[in-house]
Design a protein around this ligand. Structure first.
Ligand code: COA
Length: 160
């Protein structure tokens, strides 16, 4: 079976992320969900342990998923766990421009291919930033993140 890694910030995970996890887990085994650090973004709102807990809850029905965090370069981590494929999701042309360059660099450095999943029409407008903004303004999140974590995420962010 092919081991794939699905990296992201997941701050917090959304229906968009879950959609990709569900689809990728039907093709790859195991699917490693890897929480990384994006130094182009503000400091995360959720600690790594919190994000691991949220991802565990939303993937509890998917047996071939593992959740882990990493530091440093994605490609170094992917090689260290012997992942064969990197999964990324594309929402729009801006994602494509950025991610295709990233995929090319990663392939040159390691030989590991990136496979792109087009974001689902229903979820492509969702972002973790949007979720944080909605909750901080006391808007519930039921339409955008899995129900099982909605209360936790809303309370955690709206309390700030
Ligand atoms: N539907 C809707 N939204 C989606 C989505 C989907 N299918 N997939 C992703 N998103 C959203 C996320 O919510 C996130 O929103 P945000 O920008 O508001 O936070 C955004 O799209 C992209 O986030 P995500 O896919 O989680 O990835 P990221 O770009 O934050 O994470 C890492 C990037 C961690 C994978 C990357 O920074 C990394 O590899 N870091 C390690 C260092 C490294 O190797 N750098 C490369 C140097 S060559």
């Amino acid at each position: 079976m092919t081991k794939a890694i699905y990296p992201g910030t997941f701050d917090p995970p959304t229906n968009g992320h879950l959609n990709i996890i569900q689809r990728a887990s039907l093709i790859f085994n195991p699917l490693i969900i890897a929480i990384g650090y994006n130094d182009q973004k503000p400091a995360p709102s959720f600690a790594i342990e919190e994000r691991i807990g949220l991802l565990r809850q939303i993937t509890s029905g998917i047996s071939n998923v593992q959740i882990i965090s990493f530091q440093g370069l994605l490609i170094d981590f992917a090689q260290s766990i012997e992942a064969q494929i990197i999964i990324r999701s594309l929402r729009n042309f801006s994602d494509f421009e950025f991610e295709s360059d990233q995929a090319a660099i990663n392939r040159q450095l390691s030989g590991i291919e990136t496979m792109f999943f087009p974001a689902d029409k229903e979820t492509q407008m969702i972002s973790s930033t949007l979720i944080r903004q909605l909750a901080r303004n006391n808007s519930r999140l039921k339409l955008f993140i899995p129900e099982v974590i909605e209360d936790t995420v809303f309370k955690r962010l709206s309390a700030k």
